[in-house]
Ligand binder design. Sequence first.
Ligand code: RIB
Ligand code: CA
Length: 317
Amino acid sequence: MEDRIPVIIDCDPGHDDMVALVLALGSEKLDVKAITNVAGNKVMEKVNRNTLNILNYCGVDHVPVAAGAERPIVREYARKDTDGCHGATGLDGFDFPKENPLRLSEKRAIEVMADVVRNSEKKVTFICTGPLTNMGLFLRAFPDLHEKIERISIMGGTCHFILTEPFMEFNTYLDAEATKIVFESGIPLTMYGYDVTYSVLYHEDFLEKLENIGNQTGDMMAKLLKEFMGLHNRVWIDLGGAPVHDACAVSGVIDPSVITKSEMMYVQIPLQSGPLSGATVCDYAHRSGKPANVEVVFAMDNEKFFDMVLKSASNLK
Ligand code: RIB
Ligand code: CA
């Protein structure tokens, strides 16, 4: 484990969070020190259950899982259980075993984050695939630990791609105050937003490759991603395939060469009420005069990415 990259994953499973977890847990390059959950796609209880079910089914029983924030730092958790494209459970499409011996840590997310960072010999990389509430709270609560953070890699935001409104993406707007804390922290930050995640779509042939791995992890993924493709393309947009948003934010930590186009730029997070509240306003023309604070990813090597996912899945149960 000594030459692996120590990471903490903060997530809100969710189908694409599941792919992110499999990609990270099955990678020989990463040492997943902890997984922390945040309310986002679904309420905390469902997110917790989904994370523990994914780990149990993939045969991972050594990574601590901690519950985190049940709502944004300031804003209301304005989500109905029927919202989104992950179904009622947050992982519709696969029935996990009822019995699961895994249990949550007794510590809360930011406590576990602090323990890992404080005790790590190497700087720790955070991979955030849900709203940034836990990350923002951690940064505010433990300023002395910022110097031990290597990078924060997030799925979030958008520069040019408009899914709903300009510059708006679920993870970064749901808790905009937390997003602002993270984006203004001065810690190296890589943003995998809709610009890149909607350029990395899976299709039916990828589901067959997952099934052909021949293990239960691949079978579970194929079933879940088949369901997600239908849900996503009905709820949001049908581009012929479906995105695995969150896994993109893991892939660049495993192998930065998977990123084929990215650019440093200043990204502002307006908080005042109005159409841009919680937006990621990207200064891609470099006219603000403000120093760049984010590496915005625009393109990846899709084939390399999906091969990484298949390899990680084959390394699990
Ligand atoms: O906008 C996509 C993001 O919102 C992904 O993280 C997905 O899991 C949802 O949380
Ligand atoms: Ca997510």
